[in-house]
Design a protein around this ligand. Structure first.
Ligand code: TTP
Ligand code: MG
Length: 608
């Protein structure tokens, strides 16, 4: 063993506070939809296969690519260049999403942050894992696995080469496990940041992997003919850059940051400069549950209200299936339209959203269900939002309609919170920013995949991702709530719940409390029946579902009430009949302690 080498590496490798401290792996599944279909029907493997959505071939297997099939080709063109192309309809994303979730779940095995990007891409930050591996690895003769973008002239003094070589071995291990357990071949990019890991990944494909060292980032970036190749540069930014004659990444490298500052914010100008040199310090953020679940349908043009209604109705059916799979009750709905400006030959998106009553949905045996009437109610809400977006007295031309549930009910857990059982809606997840065609910001890495211009796609902004570990579906709903761990729920302050005074009037208010996603304070709704819609976060209280049990106030969930012990049901009923019985002096804990051992009041004692 070379002592000199050993000394130099050990003094730097273990020090992560270096110039290039991170090791990131980007994994992309080869011809993803096609592989799902080929795994389902192995006989398709030997044939050129295209996946069709509407009149477009969104992807194809590598057999078909050999015949010149490209992504997003028109079916007619594809058949011209490959007459024996086998086409499979890929408009139902269910199986693709299921496979995507399996891959994401498998990647958790390495206990490192995994960020899901669209359906078939994931980043894994293996920095810490490598630090661990280094302790038990002989570093003197460490080799990379797969392809190397360029041989280094010298070793980077920070020790990143060794770390990245280990990362490449790890990438190979990860890819092998995906193949062994799920049957998918993949490509990987290995680099010290997300930007380079993603961009280097497709250099060798399919079923290959490529490593790039930091010092080659600048030169590698200069090979991109369009600035649009940089993941966080959207169409609007590209347009602005092109207007300044900055077309290639190399052009961007050469332009002075001060010039960029004339057209972009200072932060953005600096970020653009960093990106074009292959510099990116955005972290790999562990993907959680999707913040929104949405579907979109695009088409040439629709100009009649009844057609729009049909489109929404079809989307809603499919969206409800996704909600069922997800297992959370939606409490906010967003409608998106893409309007074509016939005069300007351009189009733009507009969205409106509103709250919906969680009582539209019911939970039976842990499974979310919705009645015909509930669906009708949703359609009414959707068309009301549509009417707000479109002036029906004038002609309109739409090229896309979208629906998304953007907030979900999360329930408090724990035996000590009887309020759980009574409130329909204690806390909600934050609203996701509406995805827009016009991306003007490069301040955060947007690695979203592009969707074809004419197909049904899921909302990508996490929404489509659905990486959430699925809850068991056939468990009793209440039991399920109790089983949820603390981390599973975004619970509001228990103290706040505890502070609630238990009398029927107050409880009536509690039922209308909604945890605002921004300030997370419990604030009463102004007017339950008010239709108060706005562009971004509107309140639209749907018709309250009434009378779950004879004596229950309307806000009480029938299933929940019925599942309570008889004793508690009686206590609640008597309390609703005579609120005075249940007055709880706020200041006197002595009085609380004096309450009957089984008194429901104990559930409202402030938590310490
Ligand atoms: P990609 O990763 O871009 O493509 P791919 O996995 O099919 O092929 P590659 O081997 O080059 O990685 O996209 C992932 C899936 O997303 C793809 O299988 C089909 C779908 N998709 C669309 O629905 N619309 C699109 O416009 C594109 C590009 C992909
Ligand atoms: Mg892919």
């Amino acid at each position: 063993m070379d002592d000199r080498n050993m000394d130099s590496s050990s003094s730097t490798i273990t020090d992560v506070a270096t110039k290039h401290p991170k090791s990131i792996i980007h994994i992309d599944i080869d011809c993803f939809y096609a592989q799902v279909e080929m795994l389902r029907k192995p006989e398709l493997r030997s044939e050129p296969l295209g996946i069709q959505q509407k009149n477009i071939v969104v992807t194809s297997n590598y057999e078909a690519r050999k015949c010149g099939i490209k992504k997003c080709m028109l079916v007619s063109e594809a058949l011209k260049s490959c007459p024996n192309l086998k086409l499979v309809n890929g408009e139902d994303l269910h199986d693709y999403r299921a496979s995507s979730n399996k891959i994401f779940t498998l990647l958790q095995h390495w206990k490192s942050p995994v960020e899901k990007l669209g359906m078939d891409e994931n980043f894994i930050d293996v920095t810490n894992l490598i630090q661990e591996k280094i302790k038990s690895t002989n570093l003197s003769n460490i080799k990379f696995t797969g392809h190397l973008y360029r041989e280094p002239e010298t070793e980077c003094p920070c020790g990143c080469h060794t770390r990245l070589k280990i990362a490449s071995q790890l990438a190979s291990e990860i890819r092998q496990k995906i193949f062994d357990e799920l049957g998918f071949t993949t490509c990987a990019g290995i680099a010290h940041n997300k930007l380079l890991a993603k961009l280097i990944c497709p250099l060798h494909k399919p079923n290959e992997q490529t490593l790039i060292y930091p010092e080659h980032g600048e030169e590698f970036m200069s090979t991109f003919q369009s600035v649009r190749a940089i993941p966080s540069i959207g169409s609007k930014t590209t347009e602005t850059l092109i207007s300044q004659n900055i077309i290639s990444v190399s052009d961007l490298q050469q332009v002075a940051v001060d010039v960029l500052k004339k057209h972009f914010s200072s932060d953005m100008a600096v970020r653009l400069k960093n990106l074009c040199f292959g510099e990116d310090n955005t972290p790999v953020k562990q993907t959680g549950r999707p913040q929104s679940i949405g579907l979109e349908d695009s088409f040439k043009t629709v100009s009649v209200r009844s057609e729009v209604e049909e489109k929404f109705s079809a989307l809603l059916q499919r969206l409800l299936m996704l909600v069922r799979e997800d297992g959370r009750i939606p409490v906010s709905l967003r409608v998106t339209l893409r309007k074509k400006d016939v005069k300007r030959l351009s189009s733009h998106r507009e969205s409106r959203q509103c709250q919906i009553s969680s009582s539209i949905f019911t939970v039976n045996g842990g499974v979310i269900t919705i009645t015909e009437a509930g669906q009708q109610k949703l359609m009414t809400i959707i068309m009301r939002l549509f009417n707000k977006l479109i002036d029906l007295s004038k002609p309109f031309h739409l090229t896309l309609v979208g629906l998304a549930f953007t907030k979900f009910q999360e329930r408090m857990t724990g035996r000590s919170s009887i309020v759980n059982y009574l409130m329909n809606d204690l806390s909600v997840q934050s609203v996701l920013n509406i995805q827009n065609d016009c991306d003007t910001s490069a301040s955060s890495m947007d690695y979203s995949a592009v969707s074809p211009s004419s197909s049904t796609t899921t909302d990508l902004s996490d929404g489509e991702v659905e990486p959430s570990p699925k809850k068991p579906k056939k468990v009793n709903w209440i039991a399920k709530r109790r089983c949820l761990s603390r981390e599973d729920v975004a619970s509001p302050s228990k103290l706040k719940v505890g502070e609630l005074r238990l009398n029927s009037k107050e409880l009536e208010k509690v039922s209308e409390l909604r945890l605002n996603s921004r300030d997370r304070s419990l604030t009463p709704r102004a007017s339950p029946a008010k239709d108060n819609m706005s562009d971004t976060s509107d309140n639209m209280k749907d018709i309250a579902e009434g009378g779950n049990c004879d004596e229950c106030p309307s806000y009480v969930d029938k299933d929940v009430f019925n599942a309570l012990p008889e004793e508690m049901q009686q206590e609640l009923k008597s309390m609703w009949k005579n609120p005075a019985n249940s007055e709880l002096p706020r200041t006197s804990t002595r009085n609380m302690n004096k309450s009957k051992p089984n008194s429901i009041l104990k559930y409202f004692v402030p938590q310490k």
